[in-house]
Design a protein around this ligand. Structure first.
Ligand code: URA
Length: 211
């Protein structure tokens, strides 16, 4: 089965998912959307009002900012994949609960496994927690690290959530700056090997590429 087929099979499972109670209050499931061969995958938190209406990720105000940020580094939605930690909207946009995140984890993991992105950008603290539990986004945003995901090394760059940037000019400046890192990594293919060597020397699993 090719990647596209695998993702659409997964979308069907997400649409029928009853692994947690969130489906009961949701209008549409939002599995994620984009290029099955994306080099860059963005992971947000979960659907809000407009995403729940349309069944698509980041189509509200935060999505507009995400589009601008993508545009600023010459990327389009067609080139990347955009997903979320949870696939059904929580009531009144409340934070997802740990048990909801756990119930939904298998879908996100399968998406990563199918797409095999070279770079994952986490948007907000819930997706950051997936890779860097216990860290603070104010401290590590914009710092790329290698993460071993099911035997594959992925560059993970935690960033603020675009919704936070809509509330704060300072955070908006930070996310604009952090986005530039994505372009740097896309153009610097050999970073994988360079850091691989460094990693062997240091015998560490996660390496900071930038400070
Ligand atoms: N916020 C998210 O985290 N995800 C979306 O899809 C939309 C808004």
């Amino acid at each position: 089965m090719d990647k596209e087929k695998k993702l659409s099979e997964l979308d069907k499972q997400v649409a029928n998912c009853q692994r947690c109670p969130l489906y009961q209050g949701a209008n549409k499931a939002v599995p994620g959307a984009g290029n099955p061969n994306a080099e860059v995958m963005f992971i947000g938190e979960g659907p809000g009002y407009w995403e729940d209406q349309k069944g698509l990720p980041f189509v509200g105000q935060a999505g507009k900012l995400l589009d601008q940020l993508l545009d600023s580094i010459n990327l389009s939605r067609e080139e990347v994949f955009i997903g979320n930690v949870i696939k059904h909207r929580p009531p009144n946009n409340r934070d997802p609960l740990p048990e909801e995140i756990k119930a939904c984890q298998k879908f996100l993991d399968e998406q990563i496994e199918i797409i095999k992105p070279r770079i994952i950008v986490t948007l907000g603290r819930f997706s950051m927690n997936k890779f860097f539990p216990g860290e603070f986004i104010s401290k590590i945003h914009g710092q790329a690290r290698f993460v071993d995901f099911n035997g594959r090394r992925i560059i993970v760059i935690p960033m603020y959530h675009p919704a936070a940037a809509l509330r704060s000019v300072i955070i908006k400046k930070e996310i604009e700056k952090d986005f530039k890192k994505i372009r740097e990594f896309l153009e610097k293919k050999e970073v994988k090997e360079e850091v691989g060597e460094e990693e062997k020397e240091k015998k560490e699993e996660q390496i900071e590429l930038f400070n």
